[in-house]
Design a protein around this ligand. Structure first.
Ligand SMILES: [Zn+2]
Length: 197
């Protein structure tokens, strides 16, 4: 899935995970966004990927995600006090994989991906009153809108104006990871009010 879809699903997931696991929303959301950096594995074999490859088959980080997930589960056996944090991390990775599977199921059809993003925005608006007060919903919505506009514009520019070939230009895969990195860090540093997990 493209960055916007991953970040929107991360926002809904973080809302539920933070509440159910008694963790703070800001660090949970930042970590959920940063967990999408699993996509750095697109740097490998990018010449085999036309931009629509099934990540769960081609990219090593996705292929072997079971290893860190199992390691986290084993860690949980020995660190029962961190179980909620571990559960949240496993959920964030699993959500990325599920979103990738959904995008591939849609064959990366642009219209389908836009419809999914619109539905995710609608879900966010519907559950807006359930967000805690640490980040006003209007600020969160503005943040997501900015990320969406910047991400969509840059990707549109690369694909439709510059006509970059995903199998020849590594930058096509660098940009989504930069969006994850900058979004996760900027959200944390703008909205964190000395909140820890
Ligand atoms: Zn992925």
């Amino acid at each position: 899935m493209y960055p916007v879809g991953h970040i929107l699903t991360a926002s809904i997931y973080s809302k539920v995970a933070a509440k159910k696991l008694a963790l703070n929303f800001v660090p949970v959301f930042s970590i959920s966004i940063l967990s999408n950096l699993i996509d750095v594995d697109h740097f490998i074999y990018y010449f085999k990927d036309d931009g629509t490859a099934n990540s769960l088959v081609l990219h090593p980080g996705h292929l072997y995600i079971g290893v860190p997930i199992f390691a986290l589960i084993v860690l949980g056996f020995f660190k029962p006090e961190s179980l909620n944090l571990i559960y949240m991390l496993i959920g964030a990775f699993a959500m990325h994989m599920a979103a990738d599977a959904l995008a591939f199921l849609c064959q990366y059809n642009l219209i389908a991906l836009i419809i999914i993003d619109v539905v995710l925005f609608l879900i966010l608006v519907l559950i807006r009153n359930k967000f805690d007060a640490s980040v006003p919903f209007s600020n969160l919505f503005l943040f997501l809108l900015c990320v969406t506009l910047v991400s969509a514009s840059v990707q549109y520019w690369m694909h439709f104006i510059l006509k970059y070939d995903p199998q020849k230009e590594l930058i096509v895969y660098v940009v989504p990871n930069l969006i994850f990195l900058l979004s996760g860090l900027s959200f944390y540093f703008v909205f964190n009010k000395k909140e820890s997990l």
